[in-house]
Design a protein around this ligand. Structure first.
Ligand SMILES: [Zn+2]
Length: 267
């Protein structure tokens, strides 16, 4: 079990590292292949300086060549993705330590499909989060293929295709209308594609609505806090993709539990 945990953490750190790299290269419109380099002195990194987290710690957070500090964003994203990978592993195993019942899960095709879907979701939502937070952009090159993959995986997992289809139509219409009404000032075109992504990820209307509502709620709270703290003006824009990514992750992790709690509260 410890070995499995180490593999999952290593996998999470690598996916986090890849997410960082993907955001940077999509923004600079560079090829995805090719060796990484220091963004300040442009020197290519040695392969052993490219190991997630450990290289950062060993180099003391500075570039080997120019000794300029490396952004803490890199190790932070790596650690968060690794933590989420561990979380979703245990979520699918029911937070139980290995016994015969959990072992039988390893031979269950749906277990692996659902795990792959959630790991991909963590990865894609991390890319959306970091990209929108740093550059106020949403990358269609990531969001649209990811939406197709999620729709496919969910159909394989037994989602109903017309619920999926209507969810997509509804989400795209919801964001598209806001885009038209505000003439693109309230939210960007990329947010319409994020609607497509969320609807493909949640082939269940209540989960989809929960993800979008929690994103708007989070955005409102963070926006108010920033205004009170004097960091933002009333008119300044907040990157909606950041909150949609967090809302989707919360829904992925606790969505059904939150809905159950909500309905029992109603009764
Ligand atoms: Zn450097």
């Amino acid at each position: 079990m410890l070995l499995i945990l180490i593999i999952i953490i290593a996998l999470g750190l690598s996916f986090g590292s890849f997410a960082n790299c993907l955001v940077w290269r999509l923004y600079r419109q560079e090829k995805i292949s090719g060796r990484s380099y220091c963004p300040r002195c442009l020197k290519k990194l040695w392969w052993h300086d490219n190991i997630p987290l450990f290289s950062y710690l060993r180099l003391g957070g500075r570039c080997r060549f120019c000794h300029q500090p490396i952004s803490w964003q890199y190790p932070a994203v790596e650690v968060i993705v690794a933590g989420l990978f561990v979380f979703f592993w245990f979520k699918h195993l029911g937070f139980a330590w290995v016994d015969l019942e959990t072992l039988s899960l390893f031979f269950n095709f749906d277990f692996w499909l659902a795990l792959i879907r959630d790991y991909l979701a963590v990865f894609v939502l991390t890319v959306v989060f970091v990209f929108d937070l740093r550059f106020y952009l949403v990358s269609n090159a990531v969001v649209i293929p990811a939406a197709l993959v999620f729709a496919g995986l969910n159909l394989l997992l037994g989602a109903s295709w017309y619920v999926l289809f209507l969810g997509i139509a509804g989400a795209v219409a919801f964001f598209g209308l806001q885009f038209l009404v505000t003439r693109g000032r309230g939210l960007g075109e990329g947010d319409i594609w994020l609607g497509l992504l969320l609807a493909s990820l949640f082939p269940d209307w209540s989960l989809l609505i929960l993800a979008i509502l929690s994103a708007y709620l989070l955005g409102t709270i963070v926006g108010l806090v920033l205004i009170i703290a004097g960091r933002k003006e009333w008119s300044s824009k907040l990157p909606l993709g950041v909150f949609l990514a967090v809302g989707a992750l919360i829904t992925l992790a606790w969505g059904p539990a939150l809905l159950t709690a909500y309905w029992s509260f109603q009764l």
